[in-house]
Design a protein around this ligand. Sequence first.
Ligand code: SF4
Ligand code: SF4
Length: 76
Amino acid sequence: MKINVEVDNTRCINPLECGKCMRVCPTMAFKTYPPEVRKKGMNYDKWILDCLPFECIGCGKCEQVCSAGAVKVVIT
Ligand code: SF4
Ligand code: SF4
């Protein structure tokens, strides 16, 4: 089983203000990066949200709690 959590940073407007997915995640798999950090080609002028897949257990709580539809848990 492979778990991948896809974060759409165009939908997640401000992870520092919202942060619901981070609070609900039992393994603290989400990380935020300031705009200055250019990670994996994610070039945004705001804080960005990412998920570390090796810390995710695939519970799906983050996807359920995100009202912006910015998180998708894909299990293959
Ligand atoms: S719950 Fe959704 S909108 Fe809120 S910080 Fe997480 S991904 Fe962004
Ligand atoms: S699926 Fe569960 S463990 Fe994985 S990032 Fe979302 S809340 Fe965290």
